[in-house]
Ligand binder design. Sequence first.
Ligand code: GLU
Length: 450
Amino acid sequence: MTTRTTAMLDQFMNEITPRHAGEDEFLQAVKEVASDVLTIEKASHDFTSARALERLCEADRVISFRITWRDDAGEVQINRGWRVQHSNLLGPYKGGLRWVPGLNRSILKFLAFEQAFKNALTGLALGAAKGGADFDPSGRTPAEIERFAMAFMAELSAHIGPERDVPAGDIGVGSHEIGLMQRAWMQYARHWGGAMTGKPLSLGGSDIRAEATGYGLIYFTAAMLDEQNQRIEGKRIAVSGRGNVARHAARKAMMMGAKVITLSGKKGTWYAPDGFSKSALEWVLTTPGDAVFEPAKDLGVTFVADARPWGKEPDIALPCATQNEIELSDAKALVDSGCRFLAEGANMPLTAKAEAHLAKAGVTQAPGKAANAGGVAVSGLEMQQNARFDRWSPERVDTALRGIMCDIHERLKSERGSCCTDTGLIDYRRAANVAAYRKLAQAVVDGGAI
Ligand code: GLU
């Protein structure tokens, strides 16, 4: 960064930080974008006079609400829910809901901000939002989940709808929970329509939506490798997590001939030195409870308690668990073990220090806003199907998904002139921020001071 850019960034952050005091994740995400786009803003009179970036940093509104429900023991439980409606410049508010203990406003504001950039890159008519509750679904019975979903929607229903705000799933919210919430919305709104995406097929969901984020991640990774005349076949891939993104990324990577060598959970890492076999992968993905920590010997898998998946000599790293999961020590382990590529299945999985270390070592990195956009892209296709009372074949959706991921890659590639690394490769992080910013800032300008 030049001295002028550093000075501009410091000034910008000094101005906005007091308005978001203590919201560290949000400020981290804003700083990452601002460091790439402030020079673009300053070079345009229209963008500067519209104060485009400042406006893009401020959510349209943050809705916060109480959720009261009764558990199976008859006790009253109280949770807090939010919906951050970040921007509807490009389409209806759009983004997932997560149910995780410890969720807070800062995390949701950062995710909604990132979503605006991600959704812009898809090329579809999608605004941006994020929401959820500080509710831990693990260990809850189906009846409790259903009561919680009803109580959550009792409040959220008033704020959503097919052309207004279309939530989807995220951590802790899968198609089953979406089905419950969609049904609740239909009852409250007295309306049929795609108010949510990621629905079960029986309630108007789309084929390939569950697979979309993981599959899209692999399509983007393949395009990124192709750009450097490399192939995914035979590559050793370290995946973190074993949730929805990780599982479908692992499956697709193996379908395309790669060796998936790790998956991980809160308690440690499953490691298959020669790559998981299909049956070993399915075993890790589907075995419930404690049994999964003791793999049978003939599976060729070991479970390493408290270990992270990054020091096992991968060619490619796919962090698919959660924000800030890769710290500086993990980035060092990746570089030391020879990793050359990283694509983010999770949103902002790298701390700023980890990211800088990988960049310095010349590791090619695809940011989540590009690499994991497949999920929200197929949500966009689900909205199109619902709006036309239509249902596409799995092949049609998968082909469209692959096309969207390749288009995103091309869009970033076209920014190469001002977004390349010291060694002349595409700087995907900067290119994603710049390409999405241009699109959003133009919409800010064209919409006037409203
Ligand atoms: N939660 C996913 C994401 O982070 C999907 C959002 C959606 O489909 O609306 O992009």
